[in-house]
Design a protein around this ligand. Structure first.
Ligand code: 5GP
Ligand code: ZN
Length: 136
């Protein structure tokens, strides 16, 4: 398959590998938002997060958990943003599921999840949303 991250995982394209186990592979982002910006992937190709099986999402996030702590400590970060862009409308440019670990430093002038998008009408129908989204 002609997928950039599959090729990085297979070693066909070089990367600065941070961690690897049977199911996951983590490497430095080539265009980092901050020092230590790391991307964690599942070796198996899934295009987006919402299409992957829960068990494999679990394996992906088990690695994220370990690597986030390691990265924060390694670069002496004060925290990190951990998340993924799910599908192109949300900013996903590489169609192979990956989680970003972006170290954060006091005074770095960065934002939070709330700086991604801000619909002023989003709070108008919280009750309706709760009814729509609740899982029995
Ligand atoms: P997305 O925008 O899909 O959530 O994230 C893709 C990420 O992959 C971007 O942050 C981008 O900088 C990174 N990236 C794109 N091409 C390469 C590459 O060839 N090598 C590495 N290490 N990172 C890449
Ligand atoms: Zn892939």
């Amino acid at each position: 398959m002609d997928c950039l991250f599959c090729n990085i995982i297979k070693g066909n394209i070089p990367s600065y590998k941070v961690y690897e186990d049977e199911m996951t592979y983590a490497f430095l982002d080539i265009n980092p938002c901050s020092k230590g910006h790391t991307v964690v992937t599942l070796k198996k190709h899934y295009e987006n997060f919402t299409d992957m099986p829960a068990e494999e999402a679990g394996a992906l996030f088990a690695t994220v958990k370990v690597i986030a702590k390691m990265v924060e400590e390694a670069v002496s970060a004060d925290g990190s943003n951990i998340g993924l862009n799910n599908k192109p409308v949300a900013g996903q440019t590489i169609p192979h599921v990956h989680v970003h670990i972006i170290p954060r430093f006091k005074g770095d002038n960065g934002g939070s999840m709330h700086s991604i998008v801000a619909d002023p009408k989003a709070a108008d129908d919280l009750e309706e949303m709760a009814e729509l989204l609740v899982m029995e």
